[in-house]
Write a protein that binds this ligand. Structure first.
Ligand SMILES: [Zn+2]
Length: 138
């Protein structure tokens, strides 16, 4: 499965960017030249991300078209398929673009410490507030 290989690299990249944060979503741009389907990509992503920081992330895939340019008539077209011939004159085409795999954005879960455990203890004037960074390993 071709999508899986792409997603493995992507998950690595997301984890690197997340730096330990929990990832809830990611937006990815995939060139049409990869010939992936959105569904297959989302499925492969879920598999590749299982057990990582991106395990619960929802991936938003945007497939970007590639550009074909005809060597005969000079026509240009955007296409979701790697056309083999010019749609206008049937001439030989050059395909460009469509090979990108771009991680556009990553969304993270809200930082811990605010999620739960609101300090309901009113400060007794000791200045010892619950501002301690939870750095204790478990
Ligand atoms: Zn042409």
């Amino acid at each position: 499965m071709h999508e899986f290989g792409l997603c493995e690299g992507l998950v690595d990249l997301i984890e690197e960017r997340a730096g330990g944060r929990t990832v809830t979503g990611a937006r990815v741009r995939v060139g049409a030249g990869h010939a992936v389907s959105k569904d297959a990509f989302e499925h492969a992503f879920a598999e590749a991300a299982a057990g990582t920081a991106a395990g619960g992330a929802v991936v938003d895939v945007v497939i970007t078209p590639l550009t074909v340019r005809c060597r005969e008539c000079g026509g240009r077209a955007e296409s979701m398929d790697a056309l083999a011939a010019c749609p206008v004159c049937g001439g030989e085409v050059e395909v460009s673009g469509g090979d990108e795999l771009v991680l556009e954005s990553v969304e993270y879960a809200p930082a811990d410490g605010q999620a739960d455990g609101q300090p309901d203890r009113q400060g007794g004037g000791t200045g010892e507030e619950s501002a301690r960074v939870p750095g204790h390993p478990r």
